[in-house]
Design a protein around this ligand. Structure first.
Ligand SMILES: Cc1cc2nc3c(=O)[nH]c(=O)nc-3n(C[C@H](O)[C@H](O)[C@H](O)COP(=O)(O)O)c2cc1C
Length: 321
């Protein structure tokens, strides 16, 4: 049966992206269908209090499961059935035909977030293709004109986040800045994936360890000024959602986000999300004004461009690297 055969492919599905690489998804095999839910221990209640990034990540996982199953010739479909109390987004169940997708398991395996140098941005035709993907869910993709103008907004967002002890404590829980960390090859954000040199990783570890002491002395400002991703090139793209999106709709947009990232990957491009711009109310409002879009419709922001070499592969709890 296709459901039983899918179990062997599950490790490939875990290559889906998730905020802070928490990998919140969980599959439970039941007679006739697979329960697709999440584990509260792998959510980000402080950085993602509304669960927006959780649902985008779960949607990315749904899409990845469907692509991996289809590439193996398995006939599976997804049925949304959101239930917050049982921590469920929906079900994977047998279908009459395999899922129709242009993407392959190799795309899922090779795609990576790239926080390094990115040349160029997407060509007009790629941008149009990305926008068409988003339109399937009633949304759109927009490029920010003159992305360098976002540098000040990005510093403001970073400073505000680093000034919040709860945000920093949660981030530290998922940082893997030393290869001897017991979860270095399991989950979270590694020094390599964050494109930090050894001295930079050691410095960040020391600064965050002394955070309570250094915070009043201006550490948040220093940390925010320490990195300027926009100087590493690329365009900045914003994923715009339909108005009044509910939780099921956010999971659907997560599926769209996965298709967007895979469209970029197959065009030789990579994405580096800059979620802080929409996590912080003031910068979210400013970005909305810049694009003339209601701030609550901004669902995801990323720097996008052509990498000059493959980024390091991030860790996974299942299936490894
Ligand atoms: C909804 C969502 C939000 C994300 N936000 C950020 C972000 O603000 N900054 C960042 O550097 N990476 C961000 N990421 C990228 C994840 O950290 C990345 O997907 C994860 O570490 C796994 O790495 P991979 O994408 O290379 O497989 C985000 C990913 C998702 C799905």
């Amino acid at each position: 049966m296709d459901i039983a055969a899918f179990r062997a492919l599950e490790p490939l599905c875990w290559r889906a992206p998730s905020a802070h690489n928490t990998q919140p998804w969980r599959l439970r095999y039941e007679p006739g269908a697979i329960h697709l839910g999440w584990d509260a221990a792998d959510t980000l209640p402080v950085a993602d209090p509304t669960g927006r990034d959780l649902r985008l990540s779960l949607g990315a996982f749904v899409e990845t499961c469907l692509i991996v199953a289809a590439d193996a010739g398995l006939r599976l479909e997804y049925a949304a059935d959101h239930d917050e109390r049982h921590r469920r987004v929906g079900w994977l169940r047998p279908a009459r035909h395999p899922y129709q997708t242009p993407f392959r398991t190799t795309d899922v395996w090779e795609r990576r977030t790239d926080r390094g140098r990115l040349a160029d941005g997407p060509e007009q035709d790629t941008l149009a293709a990305l926008d068409a993907v988003a339109r399937q869910a009633g949304g759109g993709v927009r490029a920010v004109p003159e992305p360098a103008r976002l540098a000040a907004l990005l510093r403001t967002a970073d400073r505000q986040q680093y000034a919040d002890p709860a945000v920093v404590a949660e981030l530290r829980r998922w940082l893997r800045l030393d290869p001897t960390h017991p979860s270095y090859d399991v989950d979270g954000l590694s020094d390599r994936c964050l494109a930090l040199s050894r001295p930079a990783a050691t410095g960040l570890r020391a600064a965050l360890a002394a955070y309570p002491l250094l915070r009043p002395l201006g550490l948040p400002r220093l940390l925010a000024a320490a990195d300027d991703p926009l100087a590493r090139g690329g365009a900045v793209l914003v994923l715009i959602a339909p108005a009044d999106l509910d939780r099921t709709g956010q999971v659907e947009v997560g599926r769209v986000l996965m298709r967007i990232w895979l469209t970029l990957h197959t065009a030789g491009l990579a994405a580096h999300p800059l979620s802080q711009l929409i996590d912080v109310a003031a910068t979210r409002t400013a970005l909305g004004a810049l694009l003339d879009v209601a701030p609550d419709r901004l669902l995801h922001v990323a720097r996008v461009g052509r990498p000059n070499r493959p980024a390091p592969r991030s860790a996974r709890r299942v299936g490894g690297a």
